[in-house]
Design a binder for this molecule. Structure first.
Ligand code: UDP
Ligand code: MG
Length: 317
């Protein structure tokens, strides 16, 4: 097999309804735009423990097309682990990631690759006209994710959530050297990139099936981002501690003056004290929670489990 120029990586989790049309549109795009010598392509699917017919359909595609490989995970590890599973096999100089549900039109791939050819390290898709049917419940969290990511990584980007992205090979190699488990690929990539471009791309609703992300998975992702890319929560903790102490001292001084001026009404402060106590208890819980988040992650890293287990790589020849 010739060394491909472009590697397309697609994570698959129960997407049997989407794979046939995805493959048709993707292969058409690739065959028309990347068939010149020196600019060949390959596609690597990761089957992230699907329980439907996804794996079967994928292996059929791989059996007919030598440029397609399928990485089969032994169970479900999540979208980002699935992408990493495919990253370890890529051979191309440019690597494009894509969702399988046709929310990211495969026809946009040449645009992103062109950006990398121009000299950018990372080209991120910037979804235009987002029409998420589940509206606020889904777009609000992703707005939040964007804002926090911008803050913690220091890279201004309009759309961190779009997985239609192109990376120069060196960036992918750097990401593969990261041994941590909880990583959010777009942010991780940006931390290794010098020149980052954003390309407006189309955005459709999920073609079939339902989103694999519930609210809980999104909250988890946000925690991943916050703790793996900055010490911001820990620093906030200290700031909060100082603020609370200052408030406490101020309030103490106020009480002292109040008692000197009104020695007869000293019992009235009891309820205020209750309120203050609750604020303190709340702050302590918050602090413990955040500390626990870091400690939990240290625990995970120390165990040093493999991030995923590849069962088999399906590939023709
Ligand atoms: N995915 C995966 N493993 C998972 C969840 C999702 O490989 O545990 C894949 C899924 O098949 C799809 C992509 O990740 O190709 C994005 O998932 P989804 O469309 O459900 O996410 P959303 O668009 O709702 O953020
Ligand atoms: Mg989707």
């Amino acid at each position: 097999m010739v060394q491909p120029y472009l590697s397309v990586v697609i994570p698959i989790y129960n997407e049997e309804e989407n794979i046939p049309s995805l493959w048709e549109r993707l292969s058409t795009t690739l065959r028309t735009h990347f068939n010149t010598p020196g600019r060949d392509w390959e596609v690597i699917f990761t089957d992230d423990g699907s329980r439907d017919r996804s794996l079967e359909i994928l292996t059929e595609i791989a059996a007919a097309e030598p440029r397609v490989s399928v990485v089969e995970f032994n169970r479900n590890y999540g979208q980002h682990s699935a992408i990493f599973g495919a990253f370890s096999l890529v051979q191309g100089q440019v690597v494009v990631t894509l969702d399988a549900d046709l929310q990211n039109p495969p026809e946009e791939i040449p645009k992103l690759v062109a950006k990398i050819d121009e000299g950018f390290d990372v080209a991120g898709g910037w979804r235009q006209g987002r029409t998420d049917n589940d509206s606020l419940f889904r777009t609000l969290p992703s707005k939040l994710v964007n804002a926090v990511t911008r803050k913690t990584t220091g890279v201004r980007m309009n759309d961190y959530g779009c997985m239609l992205r192109a990376y120069r090979r060196e960036i992918v190699d750097a990401m593969l050297q990261c041994r941590e488990r909880s990583s959010f690929i777009p942010a991780l990539a940006n931390s290794f990139a010098k020149r980052i471009a954003e390309v407006p791309v189309g955005h459709a609703e999920r073609a079939a099936g339902e989103s694999k992300y519930g609210l809980w998975k999104l909250i988890n992702l946000q925690f991943d981002l916050l703790t793996s890319f900055s010490l911001l929560p820990l620093q906030m903790l200290s700031v909060l501690g100082v603020l609370i102490s200052v408030l406490g001292i101020g309030f103490g001084i106020y009480l002292m003056i109040y008692r000197i001026l009104h020695p007869e009404g000293s019992a009235e402060g009891v309820f205020t004290l209750f309120a203050i106590l609750f604020i303190f208890v709340g702050a302590q819980f918050l602090a413990f929670g955040l500390l626990g988040e870091y400690i939990g992650r240290i625990y995970q890293e120390v165990r040093d489990r493999p991030r995923f287990v590849v069962k088999k790589v399906h590939r023709k020849g």
